[in-house]
Design a protein around this ligand. Structure first.
Ligand code: FAD
Ligand code: EPU
Length: 285
């Protein structure tokens, strides 16, 4: 398969949390055609594989021998009036910043969410009451068979931290419908969101964002906090004292320590409040 690839790349370098074993096969296509060739080849061979973005919502538990696809498409942004279209490999925060710099309003919510645009669409990433599906007008993806699909979002395709873009679908690009805005007002909104994040989230330590989904009408962070679990530590993995729904890596944490910590948090919240928390991060094993 003629797609650029690397062997044995540590997941500690591919994820924000910084744990996991080796990614034995990392395929990094620089064109949509190469990505399509990869998906078609895996489908033909019946080979399981995974797609990685910025690795900011992942807990990888060990080595992975199945091929991993990470798009390396050229990071160009196309603007048409108040719409912008970018490849899935574009940095998510960089895209929000580019929109703000162009005086386009609508992606302020995204300005503190790391990772790639593809990961953000797949996760329907959101913050401060807004999420991607609110601005998404079109997106392009590969079907599990490797066919190109270009469409507008339909009801039922996206919900809170969920989309149907799993099971071998690969987001290739997305178009957001934004609005002309006052550049200084956009900058002020971004600064306000960043300020809030800076005071409530442990941004100085490696982490994977919120570990558990918020149960309907509740906050997972508050439930973990109320169960008295802030500061619970196994090796170098800790329930952040700043925000209980963030687990942080003090430097040398292992995947096993995070797995154990997640299990303990889940069990103790269930015991304390009767609520069964569901992971928001994806766990690769
Ligand atoms: P990855 O972690 O690489 O992958 C996540 C999932 O997306 C995996 O299932 C992967 O297979 C899939 N995926 C990746 N790329 C593609 C693609 N091209 N096509 C199909 N599937 C793909 N999230 C929020 O929603 N709101 C927040 O406020 C927020 N704050 C965060 C703060 C911090 C400090 C951190 C570290 C994380 C935060 N997150 C937040 C979580 C994370 O940043 C988002 O979920 C992000 O959108 C994940 O993108 P990624 O490219 O890193 O995806
Ligand atoms: N809280 C506590 N203790 C804590 C943490 C939070 O009591 O340790 C309380 C707060 O005081 C607040 C409430 O819980 O009253 C909610 O907390 P916060 O405002 O920090 O928001 P959150 O619900 O914990 C969600 C998203 C974040 C997103 C923020 C801002 C989820 C799981 N989390 O957090 O997204 O950045 O809102 O919109 O939906 C992510 O998805 O990875 C993520 C970080």
């Amino acid at each position: 398969l003629k797609v650029p690839h690397r062997r044995d790349v540590p997941f500690s370098k591919l994820t924000t949390l910084g744990v996991g074993g080796l990614c034995h096969w990392l395929f990094e296509p620089i064109t949509e055609l190469e990505a399509q060739a990869f998906v078609r080849a895996c489908a033909r061979e019946g080979l399981p594989w995974r797609v990685l973005g910025g690795g900011s919502n992942l807990v990888v538990l060990g080595d992975l021998s199945m091929p991993v696809l990470r798009l390396a498409l050229p990071k160009t942004i196309q603007r048409e009036g108040t719409r912008i279209c970018a490849p899935a490999s574009h940095g998510h925060i960089a895209l929000a910043e580019a929109a703000a710099a162009a005086g386009l309003s609508g992606l302020e919510f995204a300005s503190g969410i790391p990772g790639s645009l593809g990961g953000a669409i797949r996760m329907n990433a959101g913050a401060y009451g807004r999420e991607w599906v609110d601005v998404l007008t079109r997106y392009r993806f590969l079907s599990p068979e490797g066919d190109l699909v270009d469409k507008a979002p339909d009801p039922g395709e996206f919900s809170y931290r969920w989309s149907f873009l799993t099971g071998g679908r690969v987001v290739l690009s997305a178009t957001a419908q934004l609005a002309e805005g006052d550049p200084s007002a956009i900058r002020a909104q971004v600064a306000e969101y960043r300020g809030k994040r800076g005071t409530s989230q442990p941004l100085s330590k490696r982490n994977a964002g919120c570990i558990f989904k918020n149960p309907p009408g509740q906050s997972a962070g508050r439930l973990i906090d109320q169960a008295g679990l802030k500061g619970l530590r196994i090796g170098d993995a800790e329930v952040s004292p700043e925000h209980a729904n963030f687990l942080v890596n003090h430097g040398h944490a292992t995947a096993a320590e995070f797995a154990e910590l997640m299990d303990q948090v889940r069990a103790r919240v269930l015991e304390a409040s009767g609520v069964a928390l569901e992971p928001e991060v994806e766990i690769w094993r």
